[in-house]
Design a binder for this molecule. Sequence first.
Ligand code: MIC
Ligand code: SF4
Length: 643
Amino acid sequence: MGLTLTEKILSAHLVEGEMIKGSEIGIKIDQTLTQDATGTMAYLEFEAMGVPRVKTERSVAYIDHNTLQSGFENADDHRFIGSVCKKHGIYFSRPGNGICHQVHLERFGIPGKTLIGSDSHTPTGGGIGMIAIGAGGMDVAVAMGGGTYYITCPKVVKVNLTGKLQPWVAAKDVILEVLKRLSVKGGVGKVIEYCGEGVKTLSVPERATITNMGAELGATTSIFPSDETTHEFLKAQGREQDYTPLCADADAVYDEIVEIDLSSLEPLAACPHSPDNVKSIKELEGQKIDQVCIGSCTNSSLLDMLKVAHILKGKTVHPDVSLSIAPGSKQVLNMLANNGALAVMIDAGARILESACGPCIGMGQSPNSKGISLRTFNRNFEGRSGTKDGQIYLVSPETAAVSALTGVFTDPRSLGDAADITLPDTFTINDNMIVPPVAAEDMDSVEVLRGPNIKPFPVSEPLAETIDAKCSLKVGDNITTDHIMPAGAKILPLRSNIPKISEYCFAVCDEKFHDRALEMGKSIIIGGSNYGQGSSREHAALAPLYLGVKAVIVKSFARIHMANLINAGIVPMTFADETDYDRIDQLDELKIENVGKQISEGNIVKVTNATKGFDFDVKVDLSERQKEMLYAGGLLNYTKQNS
Ligand code: MIC
Ligand code: SF4
């Protein structure tokens, strides 16, 4: 029986377990990446492990999230990360060099390798045939130290692409179509593998848009084969030596098959407030808009920018619309500057932003009250843009650019014939903003620079015998990490200061949560399905840990967040019978006796609702290793115990 591409790469990296779907496997990690908003914690954790030099083939730290620097905090964090990197063998991509996923694809990604990154959009690397997975900072720290990375052996979904995209229909419309069909929960426990004749009609940046936003399916990752198109891309990046052809066997067996005829797709938009709330632009056409933001790790490649410039050429942005453009990397920005496309954008009235995440993570450019904002980004969760009532629509760069000119939702197919825009034979290569580490023998000469914003992370304790705690919060379905631990210009600078950032924990849902949880001392959170979807930020586990949350009982979890809870020593539980969710209210007193013993004996644990006087069962579906981690009080304690 043939193998899928996913199975080929995973089995070549397998160091623990067997390739049995649904069981835990340990894989060797070749490359890691971090970004600054999760990086400070990841490097503090790496330092705590006491490993002198990273043991991966390549580890890179990027500064792209907190580049507003409205106080000393971000600049201090950048210096801290830069100095840790220099000492411990990590390449450091300085602020201004671009968004981690875009730069990693351009300069470091290698087909067939494994990559984990402390950012949920790490699957962007799947665009060149990598198994690239988003993870919590602690998992990345362990991988940098040479440790194994554990995942549930995934099911593999084949997305069979046929046909060819019509003029002005984009890669973004492909992933929006997949989201429409599969939903934000549809990819949980699965890798989405793109195959079929249609693959060769898509360039590497287009493939990367699709694998990037596969994160919104909740998938473990997404992957394209590595073919002649990949070869050309790597050659143009001066990295031909990194190319290997890779694809699934012709007789590979998949768990599910999704058929997509590229020729039949039309321009789409994800409507507020979820990436799977997809409608066609035709349905929205004519509605007035206030803002357009082009950029983010989903759509900031040179190809995207050239298309945008082509549409804007000789025109002026509609007087009622603010248009911002953030090219994804220094390479992209440089090339736009050199070929005149940047001047075209400026001429049309675009506000050019730094090559960084910017508005995608609420770092500026919040829309006006109730403002309708079209963005080429990947997430439109409530509040993420920095305002509570912003109406964010996720669209392709083509739809964004043409709508910025007309002031209303506009189908880009109204532009007529296709523009002949292709990637260059060579990209402009200048890695002078990537600082290499010092040689191992010189590491003692490097001083790690710590600012006052860097506070130690909260200490988790070994699992208590009994958890006797009130429900401090009850929330519904699809709670995102942007609800649990919001980002934005005010809160992101506090990423290295858990006590301070905890003040904003769940503030989007309930401003009183922080005070209530602290007052209770210890507590339990109750939630619905797909709890913790979105970001990889471990702060969504570390802040609850600091506030005394001992267990989270929900209908189902998103993958990375559940791993982060275990890493933090918080027990993730799911209702055995989902109707029990309705029988629990906030402030109810819940009691779980002999927790450790119950967990060690099976996967069903009894919980007593002392307030309402009934018992209910929850599932704690964990591997032996995860159980050990919980007994120890999280990954750091566990690693220390076992080293
Ligand atoms: C995001 O897009 O939500 C982020 C900000 O990039 C996060 C990481 C973070 O919260 O620092 C992610 O996607 O993992
Ligand atoms: Fe940055 Fe936005 Fe991409 Fe997250 S989704 S890495 S915030 S550009």
